[in-house]
Design a binder for this molecule. Structure first.
Ligand SMILES: *[C@@H]1O[C@H](CO)[C@@H](O)[C@H](O)[C@H]1NC(C)=O
Ligand SMILES: *[C@@H]1O[C@H](CO)[C@@H](O)[C@H](O)[C@H]1NC(C)=O
Ligand SMILES: *[C@@H]1O[C@H](CO)[C@@H](O)[C@H](O)[C@H]1NC(C)=O
Ligand SMILES: *[C@@H]1O[C@H](CO)[C@@H](O)[C@H](O)[C@H]1NC(C)=O
Length: 414
């Protein structure tokens, strides 16, 4: 009865659908936007529009090809060199056994690992100068040094700083965001995490491109057993669309079976997929539901975005990941006042550290002096775009755990 009265039967509805599509097609054929443009625009302007459109799609096509080539190369690079940073290789090496012994013997608090090759030496010296007056920081750092020069130069200037020497030829050269070596170093980090967790070692992972205004270790996050992993997050504050998205530069992991499983999955995905490690961690934190991912409040850990806010509530630490290219990063930071060595790049300049602290506390870091670089411009643009995507009702919250997984692909100009 009801079907005969109002609702169309299945047959009817499929007829309607096919009719609808061909109708739309006929409409589109006869009402292409270009036809209207041709009618209303003078001929020369119309031609200009047409050629601009061709050029636009040509460039998009080139970018897609370039992106495809980059992605393929990165995955091949990781597949070729992944074994040198593999879990088996780490676990079976005498160096790792030494590391475990050192941790057992000399550490009463969780260690903090930082990775570097010789191209990050300057940044590392900067960081060491920044943190040298904060009690108990240097004692907890372990630098994973990836080449001989790094080991020797660091050891020469900072003999008491601990190192885990892990020579990795595939990581000798300078490299940039989203390239094969970039993925490989994150694979190393994930595998090192798995190796440590298997031995019940809780740890911090940290990055040298972070300015410490105050001592993060004083906050004793390690003693809070409520969470499993404590991540830094991106976005401006807790109301930001991107809040609770893992930044992944500075984070703390409690050793347990849940976090072991978490990092095993990160490592396995990193070795097969062209996806940012932070994307994997965001996805797992937001969809697994097995472990408690917590986030360091923005008032304590922030990113370079803080400098572009009103500079209120200076955070304890600020991660200055504002460049895609490691080489020019330190020079960029120097313009903001975060350069803490003398001109030799080695001797510390404590006055510069104090000045940077005061500027942060007074909210007077000058951001206008540093020209907006192409790298930072692109990041700003993508964050802006992502914020709008996440604001879409229903769709935004639904996409939130998945969007970062395709981050590399979506950032088509990078
Ligand atoms: C996760 O950890 C935080 C502390 O960092 C705590 O406030 C929260 O209640 C925990 N959530 C669950 C589900 O245990
Ligand atoms: C963790 O896993 C190991 C091996 O599967 C098991 O022996 C151990 O009891 C587990 N620990 C906890 C706390 O679940
Ligand atoms: C590191 O700093 C030294 C001294 O300022 C400089 O000569 C060298 O070029 C820098 N290296 C890199 C990779 O930026
Ligand atoms: C920061 O403010 C204090 C107190 O107002 C002032 O003494 C100091 O010179 C300021 N420092 C900088 C770098 O602006």
């Amino acid at each position: 009865m009801t079907s005969a009265e109002g609702k169309p039967s299945i047959m009817n509805s499929s007829f309607d659908l096919s009719f609808g599509i061909s109708d739309v097609w006929t409409f589109v054929k006869h009402h292409r936007p270009a036809m209207y443009l041709q009618m209303i625009l003078p001929k020369s302007i119309y031609r200009f529009c047409l050629y601009s459109a061709y050029l636009f799609w040509f460039i998009v096509g080139l970018l897609v090809l370039r992106k495809t080539a980059n992605a393929t190369n990165a995955v091949i690079y990781v597949k070729t060199h992944g074994h040198t940073v593999g879990l088996d290789t780490i676990e079976n090496s005498p160096r790792f056994k030494d590391l475990l012994e050192t941790l057992d013997r000399e550490f009463t608090k969780p260690p903090a690992f930082l990775l570097l090759n010789q191209h990050a030496l300057n940044m590392t010296f900067n960081f060491l100068c920044n943190t040298q007056t904060l009690p108990g920081v240097h004692e907890r750092l372990i630098f994973v040094t990836l080449d001989e020069k790094t080991r020797d130069v660091l050891g020469e200037h900072w003999p008491h700083i601990r190192q885990f020497y892990w020579p990795t030829p595939s990581l000798y050269k300078p490299f940039s965001f989203a390239e094969g070596p970039y993925q490989t170093i994150y694979l190393l980090r994930a595998n090192l995490a798995v190796g440590l967790l298997k031995h019940g070692i809780s740890f911090w992972m940290m990055q040298q491109d972070t300015f410490w205004r105050k001592n993060l270790f004083d906050l004793k996050f390690e003693e809070n057993e409520q969470f499993d992993v404590l991540f830094d997050q991106i976005g401006d504050d807790q109301n930001s669309q991107r809040a609770e998205w893992v930044n992944g530069a500075n984070f703390f992991v409690h050793a347990n079976n849940k976090t072991l499983e978490f990092f095993e999955a990160v490592a396995s995905k990193l070795s097969h997929w062209y996806t940012p490690d932070m994307g994997i961690m965001i996805h797992q934190c937001h969809t697994w539901g097995t472990l408690n991912c917590s986030y360091i409040p923005h008032k304590i850990a922030h990113s370079w975005e803080w400098m572009y806010t009103a500079q209120k509530n200076p955070p304890h630490i600020i991660q200055l990941d504002c460049e895609t290219d490691g080489g020019s990063k330190l020079m960029q930071l120097a313009k903001f006042g975060f350069y803490f060595t003398e001109s030799d790049g080695r001797t510390c300049n404590p006055a510069a550290v104090n000045l940077a602290r005061q500027r942060m506390e007074n909210g007077t870091i000058e951001v206008t002096r540093a020209r907006l670089s192409w790298g930072r411009f692109q990041f700003k643009m993508y964050w802006w775009l992502v914020d709008y995507i996440l604001m879409i009702p229903y769709m935004g919250p639904f996409l939130k755990p998945y969007l970062p997984l395709v981050g590399y692909i979506l950032m088509i100009t990078m």
